[in-house]
Ligand binder design. Structure first.
Ligand code: SF4
Length: 289
């Protein structure tokens, strides 16, 4: 009996009148990932971004066109959803950054977020403008609170700016109610592993954050892979640290790999590389590789 006959048979048996209608659903993109510039004011050793020789900053008119798509994007609901105002570069170094933020409509509060390293020189007015915009979530990177270590990891001698901005942000947030959500993100490295617990406690104590993400760097086909690999810890050390983090009882999102995961990741990397070449083949038909 085919499917239609089965349905007819079921209705006849139950003698019910049933109307089946498809559920109405708004068609939206899960996410829009963008950047408003193509470079960064740091060169973190673990970073996978390629930095362009010629910096380009999105102008305000282009940004206005971008935010027209906001109603077509799903609300932020964790990674993979929402309107990423910045993806892989540092948005605050675009001179139009604050003006762009000020243009975000109210609907962006549910959808829009960005990540900043908080390193560019800021004053109170700058921070006030940044956190008063219609942004739902601000992620802040925090790799170390030790100046030498910070500058080694980020390859940027601007720890004093970072520390100053962090302090100002803390003070401003104490007296402000209507604020975006905040998250900290820390790259767990062998280099800063002895500081992770203190960093989590510090962020929890000083900021009204919804969570703290702790993750290890991507191990893939990037130029800095050897350095990233050297920063992975043994499984025993990872297990111990993970338990310690859990015992703090704070909302911490962990995505932590150990050296033992390298073999599996190696295969994934190779597949990833192959897929990338497939894309190149498809984009250049007729070429003899
Ligand atoms: S701050 Fe972010 S974008 Fe800039 S170098 Fe570091 S990881 Fe890369």
């Amino acid at each position: 009996m085919n499917l239609i006959s089965q349905i007819k048979d079921k209705f006849n048996k139950n003698k019910e009148k049933t109307i089946i209608a498809p559920e109405k659903e708004i068609m939206q993109f899960d996410a829009v990932n963008m950047d408003i510039n193509n470079t960064c004011n740091q060169r973190c050793r673990f970073c996978f971004s390629s930095f362009w020789d010629k910096p380009v900053n999105m102008d305000v008119d282009t940004f206005k066109r971008m935010i027209e798509v906001l109603p077509l994007v799903r609300d932020y609901a964790g990674g993979g959803y929402g309107f990423y105002l910045s993806c892989i570069y540092e948005p605050t170094i675009n001179p139009n950054f604050l003006q762009c933020l000020s243009l975000l409509p109210e609907i962006a509060q549910r959808k829009c977020f960005f990540t900043t390293n908080l390193v560019r020189p800021m004053d109170e007015e700058y921070i006030e403008s940044m956190i008063s915009a219609n942004v739902g979530l601000i992620n802040i990177s925090i790799e170390s609170l030790d100046s030498d270590r910070f500058e080694y990891i980020t390859q940027n001698k601007k720890f004093h700016h970072y520390k100053n901005n962090l302090g100002m942000l803390e003070e401003i947030l104490k007296n402000k109610e209507d604020i975006p959500q905040f998250r900290f993100i820390t790259m767990l490295l062998e280099e800063n592993s002895d500081e992770i617990i203190d960093l989590i406690k510090y962020c929890q104590k000083h900021f009204p954050i919804i969570s703290h993400e702790i993750r290890t760097p991507y191990i893939s086909v990037y130029d800095n892979m050897k350095w990233n690999e050297s920063q992975l810890m043994s499984k025993d050390k990872v297990d111990k640290l993970t338990e310690e983090i859990k015992s703090l009882g704070y909302p911490v999102d962990m995505d932590i790999k150990s050296v033992d995961d390298l073999e599996i990741m190696d295969d994934i990397s190779k597949n990833h590389l192959l897929k990338r070449y497939n894309v190149i083949f498809m984009k250049r038909p007729g070429k003899d590789f």
